[in-house]
Design a protein around this ligand. Structure first.
Ligand SMILES: C[S@@+](CC[C@H](N)C(=O)[O-])C[C@H]1O[C@@H](n2cnc3c(N)ncnc32)[C@H](O)[C@@H]1O
Length: 348
C-alpha cells in the first residue's frame, strides 16, 4: 500500500470509529471523495423521495425542489452555496435557465472536479464555480436574486453568519432557500431521547456540525428574521427524506461496495437498524425567506406564488412530533458532543 493510501486508511479509521476525533469539513469531503451514492452523477445529498424511486432521481428532485421553491428562472442571478460536484448547477442551468449561477464551495478537490464537469457540459459561460465560504462571501452587495443552499448550511460556522451574508448579497426582494438538517424536538420518553442523542451525535460529530447550529425550526425562523428576512416559511420534509432513503438503501445494498472498506462496516450496521432509530434525532427542512423590497413593501410573495405556480407539495408533518418548541427541551438533547460529563447527564 503506498504511503498516502495507508495515511488515508488511518484517517478514515479515526474519523469513523474514534468518537473523540473529528475532522474539518473539507477533510471529511476530501476523505469521502467521489463516493457518491448516485449511479449517474456525484450528488452528495440524501434526496427528496416523494415521487422518486432511485437515489439519482431523489437527489435531482431535492435540487429541483429547492430551485422551484425559490422560483428560479430566466433573468435570475443565483448564488449556490455548498455546490458539491456541481451536479445541481448543471441541472438548473439546463432546465430552468437562470441568467447566471455563481457557486461557492470550501472543498478545493470538489471545486476542481466541479469546474471540469461544468466545462465538459459546455456551461462555462452561465456557471461560475468559485472556491469560497458561505459565511464570508466574495460577492458584491445586492448583486444576487436568489441564494440557495442544498444540504450544506448545517456545516456553516455559523449558519447565522450565512444568513447575514445572504441578506447582504441579495437584491431587495431577493429570496433565500435552504434544504437543511436540524435536530428533532425531544421525545417524552427517556429511551427515545437516548436514541435521538445518539442519532444526532453521530451525524454532528462525523460531519462537523457546530453546536451553534443546534436548534429547532422556530429558532431558525427567528434567526432569519434577525438577519432581516421576511415572509419566512419553514417546513419539515423529513418524512420524504430519511425513511424512504433508508428503505431504498436497505434493498439496494450494491452501493455499499462503492464505499471505503471501513465505511462499509458502518453502512451495513446502520442499514440493519430501523430508520426510525437511525434518524431519530434528525429533522430535515425546506426553508424559504425574502429580503424586503426596501420601499415599504415586504418582498414579492413566495417564489412560486411570484411566478404564478402552485406551491410544491411537501410533507408538513413530523410523525408524532410537534414543532412548537424553540430548543430541544430536557437535559438530554441540549448538547450533543460526547464528553464524559454529557454522557453522564444523558444516562441520569
Ligand atoms: C452534503 S454536501 C452537499 C453538496 C451538494 N449540494 C449536493 O446536494 O450534492 C455539502 C457541501 O457543502 C460544502 N460546504 C461546507 N461548508 C461550506 C461553507 N462554509 N461554504 C461553502 N460550502 C461549504 C461542502 O464542501 C460540500 O460540498
Amino acid at each position: 500500500m503506498p504511503d498516502n493510501t495507508t495515511d488515508s486508511f488511518f484517517r478514515y479509521l479515526n474519523w469513523l470509529f474514534n468518537p473523540f476525533h473529528g475532522l474539518k469539513t473539507t477533510e471529511v469531503y476530501d476523505l469521502i471523495g467521489t463516493s457518491s451514492l448516485t449511479e449517474n452523477a456525484l450528488y452528495l445529498n440524501l434526496g427528496y423521495w416523494r415521487d422518486a424511486d432511485t437515489i439519482d432521481d431523489a437527489s435531482e428532485a431535492l435540487a429541483l425542489l429547492v430551485a422551484k421553491r425559490g422560483g428560479m428562472g430566466a433573468g435570475d442571478t443565483v448564488l449556490d452555496c455548498g455546490y458539491g460536484f456541481g451536479d445541481q448547477d448543471i441541472l438548473w442551468a439546463r432546465n430552468l435557465k437562470p441568467e447566471k449561477i455563481i457557486g461557492l464551495n470550501i472543498t478545493s478537490s470538489q471545486v476542481e472536479r466541479a469546474r471540469m464537469r461544468v466545462a465538459n457540459a459546455g456551461l462555462g459561460k452561465s456557471i461560475d464555480l468559485r472556491e469560497g465560504s458561505a459565511t464570508a462571501m466574495p460577492i458584491a452587495n445586492e448583486s444576487i436574486d436568489l441564494v440557495v443552499s442544498v444540504e450544506s448550511a448545517f456545516h456553516y460556522r455559523t449558519r447565522e453568519d450565512f444568513f447575514r451574508e445572504a441578506f447582504r448579497v441579495l437584491r431587495p426582494g431577493g429570496r433565500l432557500v435552504t434544504a437543511d438538517i436540524l435536530p428533532t424536538e425531544n421525545s417524552g420518553n427517556p429511551f427515545g431521547r437516548i436514541e435521538q442523542w445518539l442519532s444526532w451525535s453521530l451525524v454532528a460529530g462525523k460531519f462537523n456540525i457546530p453546536q451553534e447550529n443546534y436548534y429547532l425550526i422556530p429558532s431558525y425562523k427567528k434567526k432569519l428574521s434577525t438577519a432581516g428576512f421576511v415572509h419566512s416559511d419553514i417546513r419539515s420534509i423529513r418524512d420524504d427524506v430519511y425513511e424512504p432513503l433508508h428503505e431504498y438503501l436497505s434493498k439496494n445494498r450494491t452501493f455499499v461496495g462503492k464505499l471505503h472498506p471501513l465505511a462499509r462496516i458502518l453502512a451495513q450496521l446502520t442499514l440493519n437498524r430501523s430508520a426510525e432509530s437511525v434518524y431519530a434525532g434528525l429533522d430535515y427542512i425546506l426553508s424559504y425567506a425574502e429580503k424586503p423590497q426596501g420601499n415599504g413593501r415586504e418582498g414579492r410573495g413566495t417564489g412560486d406564488e411570484r411566478r404564478g405556480k402552485n406551491p410544491i407539495p411537501i410533507s408538513t408533518t413530523m410523525r408524532g412530533r410537534s414543532q412548537q418548541t424553540q430548543k430541544p427541551k430536557g437535559t438530554l438533547m441540549t448538547h450533543y458532543t460526547t464528553t464524559p460529563n454529557r454522557c453522564l447527564r444523558l444516562i441520569l
